[in-house]
Design a protein around this ligand. Structure first.
Ligand code: AMP
Ligand code: ZN
Ligand code: FE
Ligand code: FE
Length: 291
């Protein structure tokens, strides 16, 4: 069947800020006839074993992944995806601990500022939204909606939580080189996620940023993404060619936390064919940490 040629290489579960458990996510991917998915939770590989087990059960290819935030000048954000990582990698666990501490330092500061701004929410209200994983801004956004402080998650980010919002605090991040090295140490391939979020002023600046990331060891670039229109896709494909990077893509599915993004389709009818994953798999050398 023609629909059975598609994959989604960018998804989030309840191990970070998605609203479906790893098992539910794999089942949903199976239900919409994807041939493979990658789970790429923020800063953690905690959902990977559960997702892998369910994928084996339903007979689907599964790619263990992660999405790590790295330093980049504001208002841009730099996320680096890791693919084919070993969930038991000690370097990955160390990194997750460090990033979790950074979040534990940041979340209370965001809440305190929100309180000062008149939004009376508590950490307990935020925890009530979280399904046991890494606590992030989408959870705070949901708590703000539930408390009636804002009308939508989008408004929560626009007014308070986004990089230009009044309750935004940066969190301590790894350098791009550290994030890439951690992914390589865990046996994975490193891919720069949704490059439009770097918010480079023009194509030349973007090319410079991608060039720097290439020098830092990046292996691929996310070409297809929910926030990439046709023009962005063409630009990222060009950069992939220019810097010899593997093209990847996915919806960045978060369940209800990004209600307009559908699994396997994203927002601009993102469709990633299975050959993209096959190419990625070809370049992957297990445990080749000496690149
Ligand atoms: P955090 O890891 O806590 O910094 O939160 C990052 C998450 O917030 C990612 O899932 C982003 O997709 C989401 N996010 C960032 N900016 C926005 C925005 N303007 N609207 C909705 N979600 C956003
Ligand atoms: Zn997220
Ligand atoms: Fe991201
Ligand atoms: Fe993501």
């Amino acid at each position: 069947m023609s629909t059975e040629r598609f994959v989604d290489l960018h998804t989030h579960s309840t191990a970070s800020d998605g609203t479906y458990s790893p098992t539910e996510l794999v089942r949903a991917a199976k239900a919409c006839e994807l041939v493979a998915i990658a789970l790429t939770d923020h800063d953690t590989g905690n959902g990977l074993k559960e997702a892998a087990a369910e994928a084996a059960k339903v007979g689907m290819r599964f790619v263990p992944g992660i999405e790590i935030s790295a330093e980049f000048p504001l208002p841009g954000t730099l996320h680096i995806l890791g693919y084919f990582i070993d969930p038991d990698s000690p370097s990955l666990h160390r990194m997750s601990e460090i990033l979790l501490e950074a979040r534990n330092d940041r979340n209370p500061r965001i809440i305190k500022r929100l309180n000062e701004l008149g939004c009376k929410i508590t950490m307990e209200q935020v925890r009530a939204v979280v399904a046991g994983g890494v606590v992030g801004r989408p959870h705070i956004a949901e708590a703000l909606v539930r408390a009636g402080c804002v009308a939508s998650i989008k408004q929560a980010f626009d007014v308070y939580l986004g990089t230009t919002g009044s309750a935004y605090f940066p969190k301590e991040r790894l350098t791009p080189r550290q994030a890439i090295a951690c992914i390589h140490d865990a046996g994975g391939l490193a891919v720069v996620a949704h490059p439009v979020h770097l918010r480079c002023q023009n194509a030349a600046h973007l090319a410079t940023a991608i060039n720097h990331l290439t020098e830092a060891g990046i292996d691929g670039i996310e070409v297809w993404h929910s926030d990439h229109d046709a023009r962005a896709v063409a630009l990222m494909l060009e950069l992939a060619k220019k810097y010899h990077l593997l093209p990847t893509g996915g919806s960045d599915y978060h369940g209800r936390h990004k209600a307009d993004v559908t699994l396997g389709h994203g927002r601009h009818n993102v469709k990633v064919t299975v050959d993209v994953l096959d190419r990625l798999g070809t370049k992957w050398r297990p445990q080749s940490t000496t690149r």
